[in-house]
Design a protein around this ligand. Structure first.
Ligand SMILES: [Ca+2]
Ligand SMILES: [Ca+2]
Ligand SMILES: [Ca+2]
Ligand SMILES: [Ca+2]
Length: 306
């Protein structure tokens, strides 16, 4: 990071003007957590709530700190993981770092490069059945989870002691409807199935999320599950993620674009070789992008010393 201190970084309206590099290898990423579907332990035995570490070579170990159990909720399945401050969140939503993701009923994790949208296999055979939750970097362990079906109206549960609020189905719906879509939906129609969170001081911050596909009951798609939303939890407004040079909206064809077998995104994360440096670079980047969209300009920022 030191060589970057004081450097002038150009933020263009096509994203952070950072040099392109190869995909960040799985083994260079720390704290690699996932959940299978159904939830299993390291031996493949059904174990609702058990979060696993993956070794990048098809092996998995129980994370002994992460067996998500809630009273009276025996049998619930984890379908999303997050950290209260995903370190790459801001560059991720500014199209400044590589995204990794999985789709429903898929054991693999794929990458999409920032800006260019270049795509490939990031790590294969991670899960026995389906990588359906993913958390990397973080502090040490994920501290948020979602259960399948979002029971009790709670889409994302914070498990720590810092007073951070859970995220409710009603908040997801307010964000989605702020885009003018899903107006016929009720909160209970939504089931969060992928998440990243950025919890800024004195605010509830930002949430990147996806949901399980929803139709109108007659087979007409309302949300195909491939959407990724970026929700401002303070204003209850959302926009579609802009990553890889395109919007992750309903019109974006996940299967058609990447040649995958399922449209539903059910795990998201971000990776970079030097996450702390990139997180610093991206301070304000999300909002810079929004400003750029409005005024169509390029701007420069001077990094603080450090
Ligand atoms: Ca699971
Ligand atoms: Ca999957
Ligand atoms: Ca859920
Ligand atoms: Ca989804």
């Amino acid at each position: 990071m030191s060589q970057l201190s004081g450097a002038v970084i150009i933020l263009s309206c096509s994203g952070l003007a950072l040099g392109q590099s190869t995909s960040t290898p799985c083994s260079e990423v720390q704290n690699r957590e996932f959940s299978d579907d159904v939830d299993v332990d390291q031996n493949g035995v059904s174990d609702p709530g058990q979060v696993l570490w993956f070794d990048c070579f098809g092996g998995a170990l129980d994370n002994p700190f992460r067996d998500v159990v809630e009273p009276n909720n025996f049998g619930l399945q984890v379908d999303a993981l997050a950290n209260r401050n995903d370190r790459l969140f801001l560059p991720f939503v500014s199209d400044g770092v590589e995204m990794i993701f999985s789709v429903e009923d898929d054991r693999n994790i794929y990458f999409e490069r920032e800006q260019t949208g270049a795509f490939g296999l990031w790590n294969e055979n991670v899960a026995r059945q389906d990588v359906d939750a993913l958390e990397v970097w973080g502090d040490s362990n994920s501290d948020h989870h979602s259960f399948q079906g979002d029971p009790g109206g709670v889409s994302l549960v914070y498990e720590g002691t810092l007073g951070i609020q859970n995220v409710m189905q009603s908040q997801l719906l307010a964000g989605i409807q702020s885009l003018g879509i899903g107006l016929s939906l009720q909160p209970e129609d939504l089931d969060l199935d992928a998440a990243m969170r950025w919890n800024e001081a004195a605010s509830e911050g930002l949430l990147a999320f996806s949901v399980v596909p929803v139709d109108d009951g007659f087979g007409n798609v309302i949300l195909d599950g491939g959407e990724i939303f970026v929700l401002n939890l303070d204003t209850s407004t959302a926009e579609f993620l802009f990553h890889g040079g395109h919007q992750w909206d309903t019109d974006f064809e996940v299967m058609g674009t990447f040649g995958l077998d399922n449209e539903n995104i059910n795990a998201i994360e971000a990776v970079a070789p030097t996450p702390s440096a990139l997180a610093l670079l991206a301070i304000g980047g999300f909002f810079e992008r929004r400003r750029c969209r409005r005024i169509g300009q390029t701007s420069s920022h001077t990094l603080p010393p450090g």
